[in-house]
Write a protein that binds this ligand. Structure first.
Ligand code: ZN
Length: 417
């Protein structure tokens, strides 16, 4: 038997066949009949009938209206019961803590913002998160009984086997913190931890832009840049849970100097601080911003980046030129990654992307793209914007719980009841 991937009290709720049924119904959107489930999953009619009966009883599925098409037998579609189960997602970010509640489909049912976790006692922050949960549930009319657990998304690196946040940038007080244990004790719910970009990729696959794609990438553009990878319908976490650390992928020969000693690494080249520095260099922004972007204070950098985006929106040609150059650099990185991983769709999200996407996306994808992301040979590669927006990572954190409990993972066959 394969060992359990992560130490957690959250067991797979569904057996493998049940998870296969949930997966088929979830992807169908407007529901599937028992016959269609049987056809799509390869499970026998009797097995499907038994599983569906159990899931209707436990509130995971709902029976829709009977529909008759022409002379065919009437069909009764089964859909996921949105209020059958819920999950809570927490995104720890140096600027703000985001707390969300999602239903079984991954749709947002509640949202709270809590103060930044930076420079604070982690145990106190996690208690504050736990204390906000009753209000979050009450606001959505949800009771604790339907909540499957909490997903916690943190900047990496994380230690999944020990449930610890190891050494996140801009969160100095969060060094080697047993976050899973602390939050489980404070909230009384099982907790799953993952690196932020991996959580976001899971959310995008559960309910967002890469739903239905077996092979996809999710790139997160923020203070740092990371990649979430899904191959053969499986999220790739790597040996320690920190896969997708692409910060040192070189995309600009003459780019800024990186801490690794090289020039033009994607992490430093496309960071908000680097974009502001480029704007200062062409005198589009004043030198007063230099202190801010070299301060490593995320709040001050964000303020300067706001000034950069405001000029872009006003049509400043110098800023537009910088964004155009950034699109080329981003396209270079995305092309390398799409080829290495042999994926056909790449979703992009994160705060930097959300501010620049209307300028970047048309340059990267589609028939009229100026700098198309392309793959070797015949494959088209589609670049899409996150479907989950600013809360994507928190929603993804909640989807970790749904994915763990209800998705058919290959490794779960040995664990299935
Ligand atoms: Zn580097």
């Amino acid at each position: 038997m394969r060992p359990l991937r992560r130490g957690t009290n959250l067991s797979r709720v569904a057996g493998f066949n049940e998870a296969v049924v949930i997966d088929a119904v979830r992807r169908a959107g407007d529901g599937l009949s028992r016959v269609e489930i049987s056809e799509q999953t390869g499970l026998s009619a009797q097995t499907v009938s038994n599983i569906v009966r159990r899931m209707l009883e436990s509130g995971l599925l709902l029976e829709g209206e009977r529909v008759t098409h022409g002379l065919g037998k009437p069909r009764t579609p089964l859909v996921l019961h949105p209020n059958g189960r819920h999950a809570i997602g927490v995104h720890l970010d140096p600027l703000v803590t985001t707390l969300v509640l999602v239903d079984l489909r991954g749709d947002l049912a509640g949202h709270r913002q809590l103060p930044s976790p930076a420079n604070r006692d982690p145990a106190e922050v996690l208690r504050e998160i736990a204390d906000a949960i009753p209000d979050l549930l009450a606001g959505a009319g949800v009771t604790l009984e339907t909540v499957a657990g909490i997903g916690l998304a943190s900047p990496g690196p994380v230690d999944l086997t020990r449930g610890r946040i190891v050494d996140p940038p801009h969160l100095a007080s969060w060094r080697d913190i047993p976050a899973v244990e602390l939050l489980e004790a404070a909230a009384g719910l099982p907790v799953l931890l993952d690196k932020d970009v991996i959580a976001a990729a899971v959310g995008e696959r559960w309910t967002g832009a890469t739903l239905g794609h077996a092979h996809s990438l999710f790139m997160y553009l923020s203070t740092g840049i990371g990649l979430g990878i899904a191959i053969d319908d499986t999220i790739i976490r790597g040996s320690t849970g920190n896969a997708g650390d692409i910060g040192h992928l070189i995309v600009a020969d003459d780019g800024p100097l990186c801490t690794c000693g090289m020039r033009g690494c994607i992490g430093v080249t496309l960071s908000p601080a680097a974009l502001v520095e480029r704007a200062i260099a062409v005198s589009a922004l004043g030198g007063s911003h230099l202190d801010a972007v070299r301060s490593t204070d995320p709040a001050r950098i964000a303020e300067s980046f706001d000034a950069f985006c405001a000029l872009l929106d006003e049509g400043d040609a110098r800023i537009a030129g910088i964004v155009q150059q950034s699109a080329r650099q981003l396209a270079k990185g995305l092309t390398i990654l799409a080829n290495v991983m042999d994926t056909d769709v790449i979703a992009v999200g994160g705060p930097t992307w959300m501010r620049l996407r209307e300028y970047l996306l048309p340059r990267l994808t589609g028939d009229t793209a100026a700098i198309p992301v392309h793959a070797a040979g015949y494959r088209p590669v589609t670049v899409v914007s996150t479907a989950l927006g600013d809360d994507g990572t928190a929603i993804g954190a909640a989807c970790l719980v749904l994915d763990r409990a209800y998705a058919p993972a290959v490794g779960s066959i040995a664990l299935a009841r």
